[in-house]
Ligand binder design. Structure first.
Ligand SMILES: *Cc1c(COP(=O)(O)O)cnc(C)c1O
Length: 466
């Protein structure tokens, strides 16, 4: 992790400057930082992270943000536009997820701050509904081992036991039989991913749907990653299994507008088949001296700007825009997956579409990671088994990127075979986010050090406090 590249370049503010600085000077500094940081992904060599990469689209959304960035979406009497934006973001996403197939209940959703926000809100709603209607006091959820750590975070925050169901090592998909074996009277929901972050593969959601119905538990589909690309894959005729509200056991779906929705960072959607479940999230403190306080979910004040920008970005792209981008992303991913498959030393995990992961049975795959890093690629490291993955986004669809990937990969395979033969160990390790080091959960000191560096306390606290 690069630490403080700006320390020597720009003034470090350890306290508010007595006199404010000229805006032109501030803007010049920020432009310099942004240009340098954008250059890292403009090459198309960074996995995921930058889903859109189109500066015109960003500029358009930023302009719409600017009109409402100062508006508090909590105060709808003053900012009724937030109701239009949030309601229509949800309606458009419900439509993508085929909520038209829902009968007997009225769907309802909420816009949150990101995928983690959507998952946290979903788990909280299941917990409180199960307590209210089923008297569950020691709730548990069953998640595929491959499902996102945000579910573990929800367990940690909300006192929910997280049971992990194994994935088939060959397909990377959760074993529905194992899920069934983990459900008991205190299970509030089971989880399936469409697709999962590690492998981009889609759990057997139809099977999980049958299971959830039979056992009377909720089924949350984590489509944070796939929600805004897989539906277009289906329209394009790709082999995408149904994972949305067309399956009667699916009770909620998370889909991130800030990933393949191409929005600015900071929004995601959480959709419930039954708005009654959504309503569990409502909070009211009627007795506060500051007045009656109510909010729809975990957050208090929220920016109207993010709702405006997300709405505007979606409406500007339209279905055809999303479909066009999806088509190029799927084609590029296919090209890159083919490049991996052309090497008998490499093995693609499962049957991916827009994000792929690969390992090797012949050498340590982190030799490939190391070599690719040296060529400017920022792949993501994985463990159990060690593997590397690439989430294909729009920057990879630029001319020449997939070809460069194939050429660099061929050289990386040769390098890895040589290093393995020489008995050398790779420099990189496996940790979510690709930070080298072979981190384990016990390494408390290490995580504290990394987080402290990220939050920049050493750098920016006043000298006396250090
Ligand atoms: C990114 C992701 C999340 C978490 O979303 P954040 O926006 O990073 O909070 C959850 N699930 C999947 C499958 C994801 O890819």
């Amino acid at each position: 992790m690069t630490d403080y590249p700006y320390a020597g370049r720009f003034e470090v503010h350890r306290r508010l400057p007595e006199e404010g600085r000229p805006p032109v000077e501030i803007l010049a500094e920020l432009r310099e930082m942004a240009a340098g940081e954008d250059a890292l992904w403009e090459t198309g060599k960074a996995s995921g992270t930058i889903y859109c990469g189109d500066h015109d689209h960003y500029a358009f959304m930023t302009e719409t943000y600017g009109l409402f960035g100062h508006a508090n979406a909590l105060q709808r009497d003053m900012f009724p536009s937030a109701t239009k934006f949030e309601g229509e973001i949800l309606a458009m996403t419900f439509d993508l997820m085929h909520a038209g197939a829902v009968t007997g209940t009225t769907p309802g959703g909420v816009v949150t701050t990101g995928g983690t926000g959507s998952i946290l809100h979903a788990m909280l709603a299941y917990r409180d509904a199960a307590a209210r209607h089923r008297g569950v006091t020691r709730p548990n959820i069953v998640k595929p081992e491959t499902a996102h750590p945000a579910f573990d975070k929800a367990g940690h925050l909300f006192g929910i036991e997280v049971r992990r169901a194994p994935a088939d090592p060959r397909t990377t998909l959760v074993d529905a039989g194992a899920v069934a074996g983990l459900i008991d009277a205190d299970t509030i929901a089971v989880i399936g991913s469409a697709g999962n972050y590690g492998y981009g593969t889609i759990d057997p959601i139809a099977e999980l749907s049958e299971l959830a119905l039979a056992r009377g538990v909720g089924l949350h589909v984590d489509a944070c990653l796939g929600g805004f690309i897989l539906p277009f894959g289906e329209e394009l005729g790709l082999d995408v299994p149904v994972f949305d509200f067309r399956l009667p056991g699916v009770t909620s779906i998370s889909a991130d507008t800030h990933k393949y929705g191409y929005g600015l960072k900071g929004t995601s959607t959480l959709l419930f088949r039954d708005s009654g479940l959504r309503n569990e999230l409502y909070f009211l403190n009627a007795g506060w001296s500051g007045g009656k306080y109510l909010s729809p979910g975990i957050e208090g004040s929220r920016s109207g700007g993010l709702l405006a920008a997300t709405w505007a970005g979606m409406v500007k792209l339209g279905r055809s825009g999303y479909r066009r981008h999806a088509e190029r992303i799927f084609a590029t991913a296919r090209q890159m997956i083919d490049a991996v498959r052309s090497h008998p030393e490499l093995r693609v995990l499962g049957d991916p579409t827009f994000l792929f992961s690969f390992t090797s049975d012949e050498f340590d795959i982190y030799h490939v990671y190391d070599f690719m890093a040296g060529r400017g690629w920022r792949l993501n490291g994985q463990q159990y088994p060690n593997a590397v993955h690439m989430a294909v986004t729009r920057p990879q669809t630029r001319p020449g990127v997939a070809e460069t990937f194939a050429a660099d990969l061929a050289a990386a395979v040769r390098y890895a075979a040589e290093r393995e033969a020489a008995g050398e160990k790779p420099m990189s390790g496996a940790v979510y986010g690709g930070v080298p080091g072979g981190l384990t959960e016990e390494a408390d000191d290490f995580i504290r050090q990394i987080m402290a560096g990220m939050l920049d306390t050493q750098q920016s606290l006043p000298p006396a406090a250090r």
